[in-house]
Write a protein that binds this ligand. Structure first.
Ligand SMILES: [Zn+2]
Length: 88
């Protein structure tokens, strides 16, 4: 694992050195997410949509907001989807 942090809160990705945040998921595991929440449109199906982590640790699916649209939720993008470090 690229993330050794065992506590919730701000951290740094050891591979790309960007700021991340460790968030505790509902199953009790920690996940590294990008620290700034983003608005998205929640979709009640995982098929082909992106996963976001909510403030309370739930994982939901959705897509980015299109022009002129209002987000239905705010959440965090899992860092592994945007990490710029090359895969090991
Ligand atoms: Zn990274």
């Amino acid at each position: 694992m690229a993330y050794k942090e065992t506590k919730e809160g701000p951290a740094v990705c050891k591979r790309c050195l960007k700021r991340i945040r460790m968030i505790k998921k509902t199953q009790g595991k920690l996940e590294a997410v990008n620290p700034d929440p983003v608005g998205f449109v929640q979709i009640y199906s995982p098929n082909g949509y992106d996963r976001y982590v909510l403030e309370d640790g739930r994982s939901v699916y959705g897509r980015s907001v299109r022009h002129g649209e209002q987000p239905t939720e705010y959440g965090y993008v899992p860092h592994k989807y945007t990490c710029e470090a090359k895969p090991l």
